[in-house]
Structure formats: C-alpha cells, structure tokens
Design a protein around this ligand. Structure first.
Ligand code: ZN
Length: 355
C-alpha cells in the first residue's frame, strides 16, 4: 500500500513520531480568523456593523473574497475598527488569462491543457508554475492588492497543482478510485516544463508514461517549481511591507502527495492548513493529529492557524474543536465560513476567545 493511501485510510499519527506539543499556548493571545464570502452587496454601514460584530465576538482577522474595489471598502473599515484583513485570492487556479494567454495553462500527461479539458470541474483552470509570464502576472496582481489602504496582507488559496489524487472521501463523488496517478489529473507536461526538465536531466518526462509516478526526481522538480514561484511572490509582497498567508492542504505529506504542494518550503508569514476532517474520513482525533504535525513543522518559522470547515466540525461543538487545536499547538483557528455560526456558536466562540 502506498503511503498516501495509508495516511488517508488509517489516519495520520501512526506514521509520524509524535510532535510532543504540550498545552503551552497563551489563550489571551488567541488569534481567530474567518474566511468570508460575500458582503459586496452591503452598504458601508452594513459592512461595518457586520465586521464590528465579528470583532466584538472575538474575531482577530478576516479573509474576505472579492474584487479590488470591494477590498478598498473593507480596508477602510478594518483600519477604522482595528480588525486584521488579508485579501483572499486564488493563486494558481484562475481562469482570467484563458482568452489572451491559453499557453500559460498547465497540461496533463495526455497532452490536454486545463483550457481544453478542465479536470474534475469546470472551474479548474490551473496555470503552469514554471512559466515566468505566469509568475509575473500573479505577482503583479497581488502587488496591486498590496496598495490597498488598511490591508494587512494577501492570502493565497489554490496555491498548488491540480489534485493528482483527490482526498479519499471526495473520490466517490467523481466516481473515481484513485489508487494511482491517472494521466488526466497529472500536471504539468507543457512544453516549458518538458523543455526545462529535459535540459536539466536529459530526458523528456512525457516519455515516462505510467511510470511518471515512480520518478522521484520528476516529482521533486515539479514541487520545486511552485516553491520558487511562491517564494518569489512572498519576497515581492514583503517589499511592500505587507504580510502573506496561505490556505494549504492539511499536512505537508498530504499536500505533497495529493496536490504537489511542498508548503513546508514556502516562506510565508502565516499558514492556515485546511484541516477539513470529513474529506479524509477523519474525526476530531484526526484534527488533533494534523494540528500537532503542522505545529511541529511551523514552530518558530511562521504563525499557524488551524483551518476548520464549520460544516465538518460543528457536531463536536465550537469550544471543543478550538480547544483541541490550541492544545495541540495552533495560535488560533480559521473558520470556513464562520459567518454561518448560529447565535449559540457565536457565544461559544466568544467564550473561548475571552478565556
Ligand atoms: Zn508546465
């Protein structure tokens, strides 16, 4: 059995030496974030009231999605009320360049780009990370955000390759049994990647066929292409004095195996791993294990907020799930989509934040 199957089926801890984290977190400094959708249709007064409610309930920072004009309004309000604000934007999965630059998009092992055949879902339009033009365009976009007054940082999402393997619980939804890396989900085999790789290693990765999965060198090369892009982007953002954070896959091993995202090497200010238990058939123990692993990896390097899917964790109780994350080494949690809390859940959330 392959390592990733084991991780997904049995759980995580059996694999790793315990990180040995004690309950040392200072709860007075708990920093809890919210990924938020919508708000664009609200007036400035309504938006301010909405954000103020969050702040008063103990929210430290928000990650709203939206356009630059909306973010200007958000920045103004957040600055006024003292709420942290990172602009949430998809990084590698973005359809916006398809018309003018179809050649920027990632190509799978069957030779189809995500413009021609988007994998899994129609909104999967992945860019190739090894193209300089792609890095430049993405950097330009995030630097534009950095000019916004009141914005503390930018937040990267979909900062990875397409899922070569879906989380175990999601495979049946697509009628798939992904017990190996299937050609149509295996990226990137564009001309740029093939040419660059061949110049370095002397062979065309396309010739590997089904054996591509077993070629550690080729696997590592692709991981490194994205690491380089992200770290160049981080440098550019840091020069503006802003922070950079990201939503990443639940643990470094899962991230590398499923989406070729080697986030341990990303030089970011904060990580919000999406510890979405139900996607992996995991419960609260699975969450605790993932938090422990991430805390050990990030300790002393970056801030770490455990990303939680409200729909997956509300059955455990908000207080219990936050306590679990803090006890295992997170500096706070980030809820997707926390604005859907019930009144009782808000009370619990505030009680934990005030403790
Ligand atoms: Zn490529």
């Amino acid at each position: 059995m392959k390592r990733r199957d084991f991780i997904q089926i049995v759980g995580i801890t059996s694999f790793y030496v315990s990180a040995g984290f004690g309950c040392t977190a200072d709860k007075k400094k708990l920093k809890n974030w919210m990924w938020l959708r919508g708000g664009n249709d609200l007036s400035d007064e309504e938006l301010k009231a909405f954000y103020l409610k969050m702040k008063n309930k103990g929210v430290y920072g928000i990650l709203p999605s939206g356009g630059n004009e909306f973010y200007k309004r958000v920045g103004k309000i957040c600055k006024e009320i003292g709420l942290k604000f990172h602009a949430w934007r998809w990084t590698m999965n973005r359809a916006g360049y398809m018309k003018d630059h179809p050649d920027w998009y990632a190509v799978n092992r069957n030779g189809f780009s995500t413009v021609e055949k988007p994998p899994y879902v129609n909104y999967y339009r992945w860019l190739c990370p090894s193209k300089k033009e792609v890095e430049d365009a993405i950097t330009k976009d995030y630097l534009e955000l950095c000019k916004i007054d009141g914005l503390d940082g930018v937040h990267l999402d979909y900062v990875r390759y397409c899922d070569v393997i879906l989380p175990i619980a999601l495979q049946p939804k697509y009628n798939l049994v992904q017990d190996h890396e299937m050609a149509q989900f295996d990226y990137c085999y564009c001309d740029t990647c093939r040419t660059k790789y061949k110049a370095e290693y002397g062979y065309d990765p396309m010739d590997l066929g089904d054996k591509a999965e077993d070629d550690e060198q080729w696997r590592q090369w692709r991981l490194d292409q994205l690491v380089k892009l992200v770290n160049n982007l981080a440098n550019a953002v840091h020069k503006t004095g802003k922070k950079i954070s990201a939503a990443v896959f639940p643990t470094p091993d899962i991230a590398r195996d499923l989406v070729r995202q080697d986030w341990e090497k990303f030089r970011l200010d904060a990580f919000m791993p999406m510890i979405y238990s139900e996607d992996y058939n995991g419960g609260i123990e699975w969450i605790a294990d993932a938090v422990k692993i991430d805390a050990a990896v990030l300790k002393g390097k970056a801030e770490f907020f455990a990303g939680l899917n409200l729909a997956h964790v509300r059955k455990y109780g908000i207080q219990k799930v936050i306590d679990t994350c803090i006890e295992n080494g997170a500096q706070g949690v980030t809820f997707f989509l926390g604005n859907q809390f019930t009144d009782e859940e808000w009370q619990e959330f505030k009680a934990v934040a005030d403790k």
